[in-house]
Design a protein around this ligand. Structure first.
Ligand code: S3P
Length: 184
C-alpha cells in the first residue's frame, strides 16, 4: 500500500525511550522530514535546555515547548520527536490529537541503562526532580505512564526491537491509520 502521510507522527515517551534514534529511520521510510523538538527549541532560543531550566525555570521551558509544538504542527506532515514531558500540559495533549501519536515505551531498567550510557547527552539533561537518576526515572515513569498511554494511538516497547524494526512497525501502523482514518 502506498499512502502519503496526511498527519504528523508524534513520538512520545520518556527520556531514553528511543525517540531521537527511531525518528530518522521512520522519516526515511515515510519520505518525510524528521524534527527533534528539543533541538529545534534550543536553536530558536539560542540556549541549551539546561540553560533555559537554570535561568528561567521549567515553567518557561514548558511555555516554549507548547509554542514549538504549535509551530511544528503547522509544517507539512513529518516525524516529530517530542520531549519526554510534552504530555504534561492539557494544551499539548489536545494538539497531539491532530497527530498519529506513538508511545515509545521501555522497561525502567532499560531506560536507566540507556541514560547512563548516553554520556554525550547526560550533561544536557536538567534534573527534573532533584532526585537521583534511578529515583527520578522510577517516580516520573510511574506518574507519566498512564498519560503516555492515554495520548497514544499506538505503543511500541523499544527494548524488544532494533531502531529499524521499531520504525518499520510504526510505519506499517501509520499507513493503516492514514488509510482507515482512525480517530481516538
Ligand atoms: C524532559 C525531557 C527532555 C527535554 C527536557 C524535559 C522531560 O527531552 O524536553 O529536558 O520532562 O522528560 P527528551 O525526552 O528528548 O530527552
Amino acid at each position: 500500500m502506498d499512502v502519503s502521510p496526511t498527519q504528523h507522527v508524534a513520538l512520545i515517551g520518556f527520556r531514553g525511550a528511543g525517540k531521537s534514534t527511531i525518528a530518522p529511520h521512520l522519516a526515511a521510510l515515510a519520505g518525510v522530514e524528521a524534527f527533534d523538538a528539543d533541538r529545534e527549541l534550543e536553536a530558536a532560543a539560542g540556549r541549551s535546555i539546561r540553560e533555559i531550566f537554570a535561568q528561567d525555570g521549567e515553567a518557561h521551558f514548558r511555555d516554549l515547548e507548547t509554542k514549538l509544538l504549535q509551530t511544528l504542527l503547522d509544517r507539512p506532515p513529518a516525524v516529530l520527536s517530542l520531549g519526554g514531558g510534552v504530555i504534561l500540559r492539557e494544551v499539548n495533549r489536545s494538539l497531539l490529537r491532530r497527530c498519529f501519536t506513538v508511545w515509545l515505551d521501555a522497561p525502567r531498567d532499560v531506560i536507566l541503562s540507556r541514560l547512563a550510557l548516553d554520556l554525550a547527552k547526560s550533561d544536557q539533561r536538567p534534573s527534573l526532580t532533584g532526585l537521583s537518576p534511578a529515583e527520578e526515572v522510577a517516580k516520573l515513569l510511574e506518574e507519566r505512564a498512564p498519560i503516555y498511554a492515554k495520548c497514544a494511538d499506538f505503543t511500541v516497547d523499544t527494548s524488544r526491537y532494533s531502531a529499524e524494526e521499531a520504525a518499520e512497525t510504526i510505519w506499517k501502523e501509520w499507513k493503516t491509520h492514514a488509510a482507515t482514518g482512525d480517530k481516538r
